[in-house]
Design a protein around this ligand. Sequence first.
Ligand SMILES: *Cc1c(COP(=O)(O)O)cnc(C)c1O
Length: 463
Amino acid sequence: MSRSAHPAGPRHADVMTEGHYSAPAADLNVLDEKVWARTVTRDGDGALTVGGIAVARLAEEFGTPAYFLDESDFRARCRAWADAFGPDADVFYAGKAFLSRAVVRWLQEEGLNLDVCSGGELTTALDAGMPAERIAFHGNNKTVAEIERAVEAGVGRIVLDSFQEIVRVAHIARSHGVRQRVQIRVTVGVEAHTHEFIATAHEDQKFGIALADGQAAEAVRRTLALDSLELIGIHSHIGSQIFDMAGFEVSARRVVQLLAEVRDEHGVELPEIDLGGGLGIAYTSEDDPREPHDIAKALSDIVTRECESAKLRTPRISVEPGRAIVGPTAFTLYEVGTIKPLEGLRTYVSVDGGMSDNIRTALYDAEYSVALVSRTSEAEPMLVRVVGKHCESGDIVVKDAFLPADLAPGDLIAVPATGAYCRSMASNYNHALRPPVVAVRDGEARVIVRRETEEDLLRLDVG
Ligand SMILES: *Cc1c(COP(=O)(O)O)cnc(C)c1O
């Protein structure tokens, strides 16, 4: 292996100053428990195991690439969120992060509610038996047909996203003879990023109704005037992969201000506020997510304080974690194919998947970690870029990471923290077959979403 691809080489300093990756852990064989699902460990032979099953056996039985989801970790995270928020709050799992019938059943068993944002997600939720009153329906452009289905099914809340939708949902509810419970999604003028947030006066985005210029107050006015709608609260969602609670603080303060205005104008104290999702997880050792308990305490302290100063009854809080529940529970297992050392740059390690099973790196410049998992190695670390097999130079899975220099075709490597927004955003680019999701628990592995087949591809192609 080229010396200059080694972290001690000259290129190392350049890449480091760009801040693209962390320096190699002292020992690449040590798994950072922050980024791996809870039951992941290495067995006596050095192979990674999850739920007590070694990856070689999983690869043999289910093939690669594949997502392996630690079911007991998923359930534990659901319980942690539910316990942290307690009986006076509601936790809605954001289904768009990853949804399947098994997931819906786990949510039910662990006492969580569910957010959906499309007819397909609603169908999956109802089909798997989620009680409709525990479902919230989101989206900036719900179709009439979707709204009709949601109203007919009796979903617990529809989150109104525009002036047109207020009228649309009211009309559909009236024609079904129901009074639909709704929230209004407001944009609070907070742009939250991973490590900072920006408070702005105006919002330039497709979601929600701006608090600025009295738009949200007008939406409340119109909603309250419609008999077929029961306005239960105000909703705000400020972003994704957020670590800094300050953005939530500004958001909560502005939402509570609106509640106070609504009380002053209409004599109504809206009973709920929803602060959305967006809580960050550890993709690499650099990330330090907070525990649900800390988040719950911080949010409820903020809301309580703001309500006290506005002399409002404290509303019931709801939150909508997606990534924070499912993200850390799964990893993607790949088989190493071509290895291409580029003198003076880095080594390209190609795997049997890529942007079709994880688009986040290409789409958001997301950072991931990677480890050799079929064995341990005492070889020195080499700087690698893990890439897929797609016809696209942006087909990158892990931009900069270290793997042992004796890596060879046929080794299994795994990318942790791929439970959220990987399978759910997977595509058939290059007619790739979307990988299966395999739930692993207590020594048993079971496919919950099967691998696509070439027949699946041909079945859609009816020309
Ligand atoms: C995407 C989304 C969530 C979940 O976001 P995470 O980052 O996965 O926690 C919650 N609520 C709404 C309205 C969303 O759009």
